[in-house]
Each structure stands twice: as C-alpha cells, then as structure tokens.
Ligand binder design. Sequence first.
Ligand code: ARG
Length: 476
Amino acid sequence: MARKNTTARVVKRRSNMMWGGRYKIGPAEIMERINASIGFDRRLYAQDIAGSLAHCDMLVAQGILTAKDGRAIRRGLLKVRDEIESGRFKFSTKLEDIHMNVEARLAELIGPVAGRLHTARSRNDQVALDVRLWVRDTIDRLEPMLRDLQAALIDRAEEYAGTIMPGFTHLQTAQPITFGHHLLAYVEMVGRDRGRLADCRVRLNESPLGAAALAGSPHPIDPRKTAKALGFDRPMANSLDAVSDRDYVVEFIAAASLSAVHLSRLAEEIVIWCSAPFRFIALSDAFTTGSSIMPQKRNPDAAELTRAKTGRIMGAFVALCTVLKGLPLTYQKDMQEDKEPLFDAADSWELGIAAMTGMVRDLKANPVRMRAVAAADYSVATDLADWLVREVGLPFRQAHHVTGTLVAKAAEKGIDLDALSLAEMRAVEPRIDRGVYRVITVEASVKARKGLGGTAPANVARAVKEARRRFLGRSR
Ligand code: ARG
C-alpha cells in the first residue's frame, strides 16, 4: 500500500458509529492506521461469532433480549459468518477490528436491533474471549500433530531398534548406541511438550465473558451460561483479571518455544547426519532442494528452516512479555499487540511440527556407515574398563588408566582395540584373558546396556511398545 505523508491530516468524515457519540470529526489517517487491527485479527472471526452467538442466547435466556430480537441477531450472525467464509465479506480498516467489522455488517443486515447484542459486553471481554478460544482451538489442532510426530518417531525407532550408531558427547564419538534408542529420546521430549500444551489448556479454559469493560455488568447476566455454551469449565472469578491478563497467550508461546527448541535440535541432527562427512541418513527428493550452482548438492532446507523458526517463536515470547510487563490493570490498547506474535508463533510452530514429521518418515538410515563410524575411535574403551572391573576386580579408576594405556598403544599402531594381541594387552595388565575380546565389539557394547533406559536393541523393542501404549494409546 502506498503511504502518503499524512501524519497530521485529519480525514473529513463522520466519526465512528460504534463509539463516536462525543466526536465531531473522524481520526487522522495515521491514527486510523496505527489503531486498526483488522489486518490480522480477522483470523478471530469464527471465535468472535461463536462468542456473540453464546452471548446472544444468554441475553435471551435471562430476559435481557426478546426471543424475536435474539432470533434476528442469530440469523444475522450466521449470515455474516457465511459471507466471511465465502470470501464475500468486505473488511474495513475504518472499523478498526474484527469485533466492529462483524457488528457493523450485522447492523446492515438486520437493522438497529443489532445494537442490542453489545448489551452487557465490551470489546474488552470480547477480545479476551476470542483470543482464548483461538488459543484453545489451536492447541486442539497442534496437540494431535505432536502425537503424529511421536508416532512417526516410534515407527522409525522400531525399524532401527538394532541399528548401531555412534553416540556422541561434545560431538565426539563416545559410546555405541542404537538409532532406535536415539529416536525414542525425542519421543520423550515431545511427550513432555504435549503435557505442557495440555496443562496450558486446562488453565486457560475459563470464560472472561461477563467482565464487560472491566468491572462487570449491572444487567442480570449469567456468565455460567456463556461459559458452559462455549465449552469452558467455569467463568473467570475476577472481572479485572478477565480483561487484563494474557498469561494464557504467554503460556502457549512458552510451550511452543520449548517444543520448537526440541524440534530444532532434531533438525540440527538431521542436518549433521545427512552431511557428506557423516552420511548417516539420506532425505529423499521430497525433503531436499538443489543448488542453483552446484549440481551435486542436496540441501536439507526444511530442517534448516525448522531450526530457524525457533528464533521467531522465542522472539514472540519475548515480544509479548515485554508488551505486558509494564501494563497497569486493566485493559490497555498495548494488548492488541498480542495477536501478531501469537499468530506468527503458532504458524511457525505448526509448520515446524509438520516438516519434522515428514522428514522423520522420509529419512533413510545408512546402517553400514553408522556402524563403521560407531566402531571407530575406540568407542568401546569403556566396555574394556568395565570388563577389568568385573572380571579382574580392578577399581574403576585403575581400570580406566589401564584401558587408556591400551588405547594409546593401539592408536600408536593405528589399529582398533580388538586388534591388539593378548600378549600386548598382558604386557599392560597380566590378568587380562581371552574373554576380553567378547566385550569389545560394538554389538556386545550395546547389547550389554540392557538396564532400564539403556540402549540395548531388546530394550528399544520393548520401549517402542511402551511408548505406543503411553503416548498413542494403542499396542501397535
Ligand atoms: N482490537 C482490540 C484488541 O485487540 C479490541 C479491544 C478494544 N478495546 C477497546 N477498549 N478499545 O485489543
């Protein structure tokens, strides 16, 4: 949109029909522009109309509105919804926000009786309601998507339950693990992310309707009725709190941020794993892009973008907390700035979850390569030390020292630990016998870690079943 320099120009037209009683002229153009939220809060139309329908029914039930007026308003609201959904609705910046756009159109459709809908209501409890409903709807859409991500991870964990890969600490080869075990670590993280969303939903599920502008309403309303009709557990207990807090938005974005951090770590691993020096996995054409100059390239852009979107989501958290932190009670117009961060965080998160689910289903592991890297760099040294503790009775510190000496010896010769002869080993610790060769393979190493939570293939197979039961509510 072209922007003329009209900072101080007062637009000559009638004052606002919703609140302009004491106004003689309309706002400056810049006033209109900074004030309007319709560009983004039109996304709340379904929640806004659902809230108005419930409010209208309650007004009728309480005898505040006649049944006839109630019917006209209801019919009009459904028509407005229909117009919006079919793309015929004309949104107007002059009408500021979604609430006034809907109400103005309602008046055009059914006449002055439309003005009765706003009895015992303010845009302050209205917007608090709409955003609450929007966050709740979004939770109800995203929570099953996180579940799908878990399902994808669990399926792949089952497939790769016995696939050996190097486990890293400090991104240095540490000990052999199984790929299935690694994938199941993310299933646990996503499980906690789902838990945080569920907690957020429980806390937000109270209705702010009835608070009106801030102090409550003198009309004989029944906030329990609207709360029940809209699926809330109860009305909010304090009208000032109802219109002034956005903690449910913050909580949602906090849950999103933490989940995005988890998605980002998996995305980062995917980037690393499919790089040429690693070659642990490959993504198909469906989840990679080529380079316009280097014909050989396959870039994991979806993983990179999921990793990057984490920054936007965390940014939204900081933005919203910053908006709220200095606000006196109750409603302040600053709070209109909650929506763009909320929508952007939710959209980015949703894309990230879907992209990661797609990549987990798409990826193909390279077990030969994974095993080779797992077996290199003396990854079974700890197994040798543990054997010395168990079979020779050495204190662990001493076993560690002996093993270190053997690793140095092997490294000097450029060979693996199990390529050292028994004589060479005995030169360092005379009590070593042939039995040691049984424990210093990557297969023996992972198989031995069968304690609770360990990486053994048999454990992974069991953990897959458990995870299906715990997180997917099914045995297969
Ligand atoms: N568009 C406003 C918002 O998002 C709606 C509430 C306006 N309330 C008011 N008293 N001006 O916060």
